[in-house]
Ligand binder design. Structure first.
Ligand code: SAM
Length: 276
């Protein structure tokens, strides 16, 4: 039977993601200072520290979906977790492999695969499943969430980090300022990339950023999917990310406008599990 239009679209999204992320290669995080500036790094470190405090067992296992060059992965690895990372891009996994410190190699397992394919073939369970900036690359993120939540141990944590937010614009005036700050921030960013001779591929991202083309990820839909899987939502934080720390600080402290979110959920413990 010939593939349906939906099947073709799903394949095309995967191909585009492979193509575009192969181009990003080792400079992925250099091109994305919105993930590495001081403002965002503080949020990242606080989140990982919080999860570490909730899961004190040394040998606890964490799965990072769409791990890329190791933004979340290396931070969790540093905190002593047993890590598994999966990513569609062979090129990005190769970069990450080189960045895993020697002494942590025995706690690191990296696989090249589509997350849905990985979900079918992997029989392990995890104490935390984490992802950063992955859902907006998927054709059907509800399905991915549903499949992975089943792989959490009782009491396990699910982290959705740094996804583009589907926005409700409640105050057009504040959003006008939000856009002006964004334009200035982008101008400095492009100038810096130009000076460093780092090409940027924004124009390349159409189909690869499939959910962004639909307006972004609606955190309330993610909440509904997680709740339907019997997960407890422990935190939903919407905020504004910018290429540079200062405009991020300015927007979050004065305008209170948002363009991204982090969400943390927990699988209920078994009745006889010791309370921590
Ligand atoms: C925006 S990047 C984020 C990378 C990393 N998590 C980070 O925050 O820096 C998205 C990542 O998801 C991966 N990806 C996209 N679609 C995927 C899929 N279907 N299965 C596995 N990984 C996927 C890409 O290869 C890329 O590494």
């Amino acid at each position: 039977m010939p593939p349906t239009e939906t099947e073709e679209l799903k394949q095309k999204i995967l191909e585009e993601n492979r193509r575009v992320h192969a181009k990003e290669g080792s400079l992925y995080l250099n091109r994305h200072p919105e993930q590495t500036n001081r403002y965002q790094t503080r949020i990242l470190k606080n989140t990982v520290r919080y999860i570490r405090n909730q899961i004190p067992e040394r040998e606890a296992k964490v799965l990072d979906l769409g791990c890329g060059t190791g933004y979340l992965y290396l931070e969790f690895l540093k905190r002593g977790f047993d890590m598994t990372g999966v990513d569609l891009s062979e090129e990005l996994i190769d970069v990450l492999k080189k960045n895993v410190p020697k002494e942590a190699k025995t706690r690191s397992r990296l696989e090249v695969a589509d997350v849905l394919e990985f979900a079918e073939n992997d029989s392990n369970t995890y104490d935390a499943i984490v992802l950063s900036a992955l859902l907006h690359h998927l054709y059907d993120y509800d399905q991915a969430i549903e499949q992975f939540v089943q792989k959490l141990n009782p009491g396990g944590w699910f982290l959705v980090f740094f996804e583009p937010l589907k926005q409700d614009i409640d105050s057009p005036i504040r959003y006008q300022f939000h856009r002006w700050i964004a334009q200035i921030d982008e101008w400095y960013y492009k100038r810096a990339m130009n000076r460093l001779n780092i090409p940027i591929f924004e124009e390349d991202y159409h189909l690869a950023d499939f959910q962004r083309q639909q307006g972004g990820i609606d955190p309330h839909r993610v909440v509904e999917v997680l709740k339907s899987c019997n997960m407890e939502i422990t935190e939903l934080k919407k905020y504004c990310a910018r290429r540079h720390a200062f405009p991020a600080f300015l927007t979050n402290s004065i305008l209170h406008t948002q363009n991204t979110f982090n969400l943390l959920a927990r699988k209920p413990k078994l009745m006889n599990q010791v309370t921590r």
